[in-house]
Design a protein around this ligand. Structure first.
Ligand code: APR
Ligand code: PHB
Length: 389
């Protein structure tokens, strides 16, 4: 079997790449370790930059996003019991759209099926070979049968724990990492959101975030320690803790209900450089992780795919190599901007156990500077809505 591109992983990065390649007449197969239902069952982020929205439009999968997505022109930062609005539209001239990653995944899967493009789910033992030479191959096992696919290029869209990045010789890759000493305990509930816009909370008891998926579905998070387990957090305890971290007016508005999903996610910053090795290209979480504070993970996956899809389309149209040769450099430039922003926002809003009284005072000064300085708010807003591609 032979295809032009093998995409490993059917998260947002792999699916979006597959769809854009399909629209450019490039044949790709996606290999996914999990089942379709498992991929669709994952609850992940929900804030889209305009750049990512434009990509989904180009991929012709944006109609439901425009019908159901919620346009947000600002968000609140709450500290010292007071909410301060960050006017994204006024400060940076752009909005973001709140639309769940699960829905994007579904829209992309539907488009892929309608196009008759191939995804092989529940593949075991995916391994990639000869990607430093002209004729790479990908092997996998499905239902006990081994298959080998020859291809021109491999797109490693297989997330942080995937096989592609790990297949690059250690001497050819550098990794940069920061692991944070806390996690986010997240709850999804079919209750109306507390507010029209997101609220990011800095509180002595720890960070909290009030987000949403729709007008009837809320997503909330509280900072927790890494040793905590989900079953230590019955719903009542979660709602009580969230309420304690809110201002009085918001706390009174909080509508609680049974959780429909509850999980703990650790926070990490990670970048692997370069993002290309021979005929293997890494995209999305396979190459980098950001803490969720800046809502950048999905948007970064989209910007990688933007550069990679254009480079591959140019290559197949005219043989031009330049886009492929500059992919890593261009993608990483954006990646590091998002890494810096997510790291900064994480430091601004969380309780760091090691910060001490001095660190806490500096953090409060930084928050006060932010709400008092137009320049600081513009910087936050520009980074949040996303820098140009
Ligand atoms: N073989 C095949 N598939 C694999 C393998 C493997 N060895 N390892 C992992 N995968 C699959 C995973 O099951 C998953 O479906 O690759 C996919 C990677 O998807 P994501 O983790 O969602 O990563 P990505 O597409 O880069 O998305 C980036 O979306 O999920 C968020 O936090 C993420 O916001 C970030 C963005
Ligand atoms: C979410 O809705 O899950 C969400 C929103 C904003 C973030 C992180 C997560 O910064």
């Amino acid at each position: 079997m032979r295809v032009q591109v093998v995409i490993v992983g059917s998260g947002p990065a792999g699916l979006l790449l597959g769809q854009l390649l399909h629209l450019s007449g490039i044949e790709a197969v996606i290999l996914e370790h999990r089942s379709k239902d498992h991929v669709l069952g994952r609850i992940r982020a929900g804030v889209l930059e305009q750049g990512a929205v434009e990509m989904l439009e180009r991929a012709k999968v944006a109609s439901r996003l425009h019908a159901e997505g919620l346009i947000h022109s600002g968000f609140d930062v709450l500290f010292g019991g007071i909410r301060h609005r960050i006017d994204l539209r006024g400060l940076a001239g752009k909005n973001v759209i709140v639309y769940g990653q699960t829905e994007i995944t579904r829209d992309l899967m539907d488009a892929r099926e309608a196009a008759g493009a191939r995804t092989v789910y529940e593949t075991d033992w995916v391994s990639i070979h000869d990607f430093d030479a002209d004729r790479p191959t990908v092997r996998y096992c499905k239902d006990g049968r081994e298959t080998e696919i020859a291809c021109d290029f491999i797109a490693g869209c297989d997330g942080f724990h995937g096989v592609c990045r790990r297949s690059i010789p250690a001497s050819a890759i550098s990794c940069f990492e920061r692991v944070y000493p806390f996690g986010w305990l997240g709850v999804l509930s079919d209750t109306p959101p507390i507010s029209e816009e997101l609220i990011y909370v800095n509180h002595e008891r720890g960070f909290a975030l009030c987000s949403m998926r729709s007008r009837t579905r809320s997503r909330y998070y509280v900072q927790c320690t890494l040793s905590e387990q989900v079953d230590e957090w019955p719903d009542e305890r979660f709602w009580d803790e969230l309420r304690l971290r809110l201002d009085t007016t918001s706390a009174e508005k909080l509508v609680t209900g049974p959780s429909i999903e509850k999980s703990i996610a650790p926070l990490r910053s990670f970048v692997a450089e370069p993002m290309r090795f021979g005929r293997l290209f890494l995209a999305g979480d396979a190459a980098h992780i950001v803490p969720p504070t800046g809502a950048k993970g999905l948007n970064l996956a989209a910007s990688d795919v933007h550069y990679l899809s254009i480079a591959l389309a140019e290559y197949y149209a005219s043989g031009a190599q330049q886009g492929l040769d500059t992919y890593s450099e261009r993608a990483l430039k954006r990646v590091w901007q998002a890494e810096r922003f997510s790291w900064w926002m994480t430091h601004l809003l969380h309780r760091f156990p090691e910060a001490g009284a001095f660190g806490d005072k500096v953090q409060r000064a930084e928050l006060q500077y932010l709400v008092g300085s137009n320049a600081a708010r513009i910087s936050l807003a520009e980074n949040y809505v996303g820098l140009p591609y």
